[in-house]
Design a protein around this ligand. Structure first.
Ligand code: F3S
Ligand code: F3S
Length: 112
């Protein structure tokens, strides 16, 4: 699947969301996150991002910084939002859940 990397942090432009055919890009607080269980690898988002923050995960091999973002993107969907009893998981569409307003601890503390 595709991954949103460091250049999204504090930009969070969301142009990628508009072109995703399966609406699997979820908006956090400082950045957005692609749901790997829902992404169909179309690649439309990669070319749309104005800061080129998106990459395909196989291009993270051997790049420790990118690898951290691959792992972190998984961790985002394991977050349990306040008042919920289950993780974010794979909700089946970002628009209906709206902006989630949270980030992983790694992103919250990330020095962009
Ligand atoms: Fe981020 Fe680029 Fe999308 S800045 S929200 S990955 S368009
Ligand atoms: Fe959507 Fe990008 Fe995957 S446009 S389907 S998140 S490759």
């Amino acid at each position: 699947p595709y991954v949103i990397g460091k250049d999204c942090v504090d930009v969070n432009d969301r142009a990628c969301m508009d072109v995703c055919p399966v609406d699997c890009i979820y908006v956090g607080d400082r950045k957005s996150y692609i749901n790997a269980a829902e992404c169909i690898d179309c690649g439309a988002c990669e070319v749309e991002c104005p800061v080129e923050a998106i990459f395909v995960d196989r291009k993270a091999r051997g790049d420790s910084e990118r690898t951290e973002f691959v792992e972190d993107q998984k961790n985002f969907f394991a977050i349990v939002l306040p008042g919920r009893d289950a993780p974010i998981g794979a909700p089946g569409g970002a628009r209906k859940v709206g902006e989630l307003g949270v980030d992983t601890p790694f992103i919250s503390a990330y020095d962009a």
